[in-house]
Design a protein around this ligand. Structure first.
Ligand SMILES: Nc1ncnc2c1ncn2[C@@H]1O[C@H](COP(=O)(O)OP(=O)(O)O)[C@@H](O)[C@H]1O
Ligand SMILES: [Mg+2]
Length: 331
């Protein structure tokens, strides 16, 4: 079947396909490339453009990156665009399989570059659909900042307004901000010794990090694991230490649950940080923290753990900040 036929043959990837083919999608991909390879802007932008115009061009790898895993329609080109910079930087040498396709991100198992250390790396590629999928972000952003590609806050009124009004540029900034927030948080927590995957790289679309598990068997999330009660209690204690450590590093996860704790051979790793908030800035932080603590306790109550979520949240908060929950930090 020729690629041209595939272009007109739409099935489950309709959303991506429509997005990629739209002017907005082309621009967004152009911007992502621009940010990654500034000096090559014109050539890359032209190339991306002609990719979309001429289906034949899909067989030409712009960087020589030709992953083994091809995926479904258009995924191959999307993978090359999203992961090419990591190939160029000698972080990965191949893409082997898809681990998970979520609403907001796809996670792939990559072969790490020989000699790098780990055998595999996980690439979390934020999906274009996420541009349209951030309806409830206001509480997370409250008092917080949009974070730019350089990891610094974007404070300009113009930028804030663009996001509030959901303009094309505003949505692209939001996408960038969530991705930068996840990467920045992972970096900070990993350096602080938290049980998170180590981040290895980031670009406008993707975070590259330690892969948990093995290629043939990615680590399951805690909610898919049967622990024996003693191990359940041990891991609960470990999670309490992690909550304490994260709070001392000024991080409230904001979407913590058994779904975002991976388990592998007796060890846990906490993942999925785009919505993480800083308690010094976000007035809703204690509310998010209490919800995180509650969900962790809910899960472990299945293993005989009996703790008061609000009480534990308050105690950890007091310990980290010397302040009662509800008091404004820094005042
Ligand atoms: N570092 C990793 N190693 C192995 N699998 C991972 C890793 N990160 C994510 N995954 C898998 O991908 C899924 C989705 O990742 P996550 O960061 O939770 O994104 P989201 O829930 O927003 O789609 C996880 O539940 C897990 O199965
Ligand atoms: Mg998740």
């Amino acid at each position: 079947m020729s690629t041209a036929v595939e272009l007109n043959d739409s099935h489950e990837h309709d959303d991506e396909l429509n997005y990629i083919r739209s002017a907005r999608g082309r621009r967004a991909i152009g911007v992502a490339r621009e940010q990654e390879h500034k000096p090559r802007l014109t050539r890359v932008a032209d190339q991306a453009h002609s990719n979309f115009k001429a289906a034949e061009a899909f067989n030409i790898a712009p960087t020589g990156f030709n992953p083994t895993f091809k995926g479904k329609r258009f995924e191959e080109e999307w993978l090359r665009q999203s992961l090419g910079s990591f190939y160029d930087d000698s972080l990965i040498s191949d893409v082997l399989s898809q681990v998970k396709g979520g609403k907001e991100a796809n996670v792939y198992c990559c072969l790490a570059y020989p000699g790098l250390g780990p055998r595999w790396l996980a690439a979390k590629i934020f999906r274009p659909r996420m541009f349209r999928n951030l309806k409830n972000d206001a509480a997370y952003r409250e008092g917080g900042e949009l974070i730019g590609r350089d990891g610094k806050a974007m404070r300009k009124k113009r930028e804030q307004t663009a996001v509030a009004q959901r303009t094309r540029i505003g949505l692209a900034m939001l996408h960038q901000s969530w991705l930068s927030n996840e990467h920045g948080t992972l970096t900070r927590l990993h350096a602080a010794g938290a049980l998170t995957p180590k981040p290895w790289g980031v670009n406008g679309n993707t975070i590259l990090m330690d892969f948990l598990g093995e290629q043939a068997m990615p680590a399951p999330a805690l909610n898919h694991v049967d622990l024996d009660p003693a191990e359940g209690r041990r891991l609960f204690e470990q999670m309490v230490s992690q909550l304490r450590l994260m709070l001392k590093a000024d991080v409230v996860h904001g979407d913590l649950s058994a779904f975002n704790i991976l388990y592998w051979q007796g060890e846990i790793r906490i993942i999925d940080f785009p919505q993480a908030v800083n308690p010094w800035r976000n007035p809703n932080a204690f509310r998010f923290f209490t919800r995180d603590v509650t969900r962790v306790i809910d899960y472990f109550s299945g293993y005989g753990v009996n703790a008061n979520p609000e009480g534990l949240a308050r105690a950890l908060w007091r310990e980290a900040y010397g302040a009662e929950a509800g008091e404004r930090l820094g005042e």
